[in-house]
Design a binder for this molecule. Structure first.
Ligand code: GDP
Length: 471
């Protein structure tokens, strides 16, 4: 902690141990090389094999990027009558379709990227207006944005009923899957058993032949890729430390644009930098899991005090000891202002028992989720980034917003548990890995043998008994 030197990045590891390519003009995306200065040093280092595969991927992406001859050839397959893939295109693609909030989107960009990397496919993003200009390009010398003239129109129409979905094709025993020019992969939380067969080894093999895969999901599905036997060796070499898979990939891929980063750095320097310690508190109250205000406030405070993240408020107007005591800054993110006002008032009115001083800050209170508004999304991403700069982080169970912050920061958050799950206020996560909240059952693919890979690679999530996470 303490003041940092923002102009010289020589002391910080600006390329994150070789994760980032040095081949970018820094000013076009300040966050890319500055993030390392603002964040605490990562306790995890990427493997040299991961670095090698990322550079290989970048070369493939450049070769197949939009507006190249190879891209045009692949796209032409989509235009040809019948849409048959036998024109055997050299470049194959995964087209990401955004779904739900920023947290969901980041988790699925990362998951889709790893899937593409494992299959030597190229990841392209469908970027709607509400998501334009939020992220920098992650691959040097090429764009990851799907061109506006992409032959398949209206990607948002793909959903449960799409006849081109992999699940529906399987269910109708369509024998043409591996010769199709494109297939839609339907992987949001409301996916069905046939869709879930995406994670089976035979499906993975079939889909390898399809030049265009359109993918929609809202979850971190990476843990299920670790259960596909064919990927096991490669993944082990890529990620000798399974608890840092998301941490490395999200820091590699997700760099907020200068517009977002400007907010992050201004807020940080104005309100958080001078504190001795920063505690992030990410509060999320879901409509379908309502918790009364007083009950939630009590849970938040009992976590913060019980885990000694904040000192208790005393009965006294002034502190008994006030020399050399620390200043703690609490960054609260929530859609409404009420929790942070309560907590701020409590620490303002009376001294703490330790003499420490606690300031409470909340950058915005948007009222409600408005994912189709660009400016709203800019604020959300800025706050996720700000949370990732914390020294200690408290998150809410089931929230992908918190998952992304913990991953970017390499932090093991204290998760505010659902009261239906545990009487404890919170529990510290074993790693910065997000939870795959609604995974397919491994028996669906591998019969009873599915349990074996499960035991070795994944564990139950801290915040959801039915969810799996890498460990
Ligand atoms: P999840 O729903 O908690 O898993 O997280 P998502 O990020 O996918 O979706 C929630 C969306 O609601 C966010 O992307 C924001 O648009 C909005 N939102 C929720 N909590 C906050 C918050 O604390 N701050 C801001 N600015 N937006 C929030």
């Amino acid at each position: 902690s303490g003041p940092k030197n923002y102009t010289s990045s020589s002391s910080a590891d600006r390329l994150l141990g070789g994760l980032l390519s040095p081949d970018f003009e820094a000013s076009t995306c300040l966050s890319r090389y500055q993030a390392a200065i603002y964040r605490n040093r990562s306790p995890y280092s990427p493997s040299s094999y991961l670095l090698h595969r990322l550079r290989e991927y970048e070369a493939l992406h450049r070769k197949c990027a939009p507006h190249t001859a190879l891209y045009d050839r692949s796209a032409a397959v989509l235009r040809s009558a019948g849409g048959n893939a036998s024109a055997a295109s050299e470049c194959q693609y995964v087209v990401w379709i955004p779904h739900n909030g920023i947290g969901n989107r980041v988790l699925t960009i990362v998951s889709a990227f790893l899937y593409a990397l494992l299959n030597n496919k190229v990841l392209l993003l469908h970027i709607p207006d509400d998501f334009t200009g939020l992220l920098c390009e992650p691959f040097p010398g090429a764009t990851w944005a799907l061109p506006a003239d992409f032959p398949i129109r209206d990607l948002f129409r793909f959903d449960t009923k799409a006849p081109e979905s992999f699940g529906n094709l399987l269910e109708s025993k369509d024998a043409s899957i591996d010769s199709r020019s494109y297939v839609y992969l339907h992987l949001p939380w409301y996916y069905g058993d046939w869709d879930k067969r995406f994670f089976c080894e035979d499906s993975q093999r079939t889909l390898r032949k399809v030049p265009w895969l359109l993918l929609k999901s809202d979850h971190y599905f990476v843990p299920s890729l670790f259960l596909v036997p064919e990927y096991a060796d490669e993944l082990r070499e890529l990620f000798p430390e399974r608890s840092a898979v998301f941490h490395h990939l999200v820091r590699y891929l997700i760099h907020p644009s200068n517009e977002v980063w400007g907010r992050v750095t201004r807020y940080y320097r104005a309100y958080l930098e001078k504190a001795d310690e920063r505690v992030g508190v990410q509060i999320r109250v879901f409509d379908n899991f309502w918790v009364p205000f007083e009950k939630m406030l009590e849970q938040i405070m009992s976590c913060l005090l019980g885990e000694r993240l904040l000192p208790k408020v005393s009965e006294n107007a002034v502190a008994a000891t006030s020399i050399d005591t620390k200043v703690k800054a609490v960054l609260v993110t929530y859609l409404k202002p009420d929790y942070s006002e309560k907590i701020r008032d409590a620490y303002y009115r009376r001294a703490t028992t330790t003499g420490e001083v606690v300031g409470v800050f909340q950058p915005s209170h948007e009222g409600s989720q408005q994912t189709d508004h660009r400016d709203h999304n800019v604020k959300a991403l800025a706050e996720i980034e700000l949370l990732s700069l914390s020294d200690a982080l408290v998150t809410t169970a089931w929230s992908t917003f918190g998952y992304v912050a913990q991953g970017l920061g390499g932090l093991r958050p204290w998760i505010l548990l659902r009261h239906t799950q545990s009487p404890d206020a919170c529990r510290q996560a074993a790693s910065p890995e997000p939870c795959y909240l609604m995974p397919p059952r491994p028996e669906q693919c591998f019969g009873d043998g599915g349990g074996h890979a499960i035991l070795r690679n994944v564990r139950q999530c801290e915040d959801e008994g039915g969810g799996i996470k890498l460990f």
